[in-house]
Design a protein around this ligand. Structure first.
Ligand SMILES: C[C@@H](C(=O)O)C(=O)SCCNC(=O)CCNC(=O)[C@H](O)C(C)(C)COP(=O)(O)OP(=O)(O)OC[C@H]1O[C@@H](n2cnc3c(N)ncnc32)[C@H](O)[C@@H]1OP(=O)(O)O
Ligand SMILES: [Co+2]
Length: 133
């Protein structure tokens, strides 16, 4: 299985873009607003995976709540899956608590589903499957 991306909650995407440009020595390859999650994102390629910076666009965003409670930092790990519907069924039957009933549209042309951190050793897990065709 491949780590598709690591999500990092930031207060300000512009500032964080500069910081990560300096840290990694490369520029972000894309920025995308995801309305359904109330976030602005930007992405950096790192080896076979990506860093996703996430800034809240509303105070109801999961990112705003996270930063309020815990401050900036690593927010989630996303795993790439071939068949998100099958993985959701498999994880449900294993007792994991899924945060959405059906996959939803994420950034970067992906269908995504989240697993509650309370059922995954305190780690918010995102499953993502590329939207094909
Ligand atoms: C664009 C897309 C993409 O890549 O395509 C994205 O990534 S969007 C990324 C943004 N979207 C999401 O994260 C959507 C899924 N997330 C959610 O539904 C929510 O953020 C939850 C994970 C359910 C947490 O919500 P909320 O804080 O309101 O719930 P809560 O107060 O009941 O929190 C329950 C406990 O989980 C902890 N908690 C909250 N967020 C956490 C996180 N990211 N990692 C680890 N623990 C976390 C809280 O501190 C709390 O712990 P204590 O009980 O110990 O105090
Ligand atoms: Co993500």
């Amino acid at each position: 299985m491949q780590v598709e991306h690591i999500g990092i909650a930031v207060k300000n995407c512009n500032d964080a873009n500069h910081l990560f440009e300096n840290l990694l020595g490369i520029a972000p390859y894309k920025a995308e607003k995801v309305e359904s999650e109330a976030v602005n994102t930007s992405f950096f390629h790192v080896g076979n995976t990506k860093i996703e910076l996430l800034e809240a666009t509303s105070e109801n965003s999961a990112i705003a709540k996270f930063i309020e409670k815990r401050g900036e930092g690593i927010h989630h790990i996303a795993f790439e899956v071939e068949d998100i519907y099958a993985e959701m069924e498999r994880l449900k039957s294993q007792g994991f608590q899924l945060l959405n009933e059906a996959p939803k549209r994420g950034a970067d042309n992906k269908l995504v589903c989240f697993v509650h951190p309370k059922s995954a050793n305190g780690v918010l897990v995102e499953l993502c499957q590329e939207i094909r065709g």
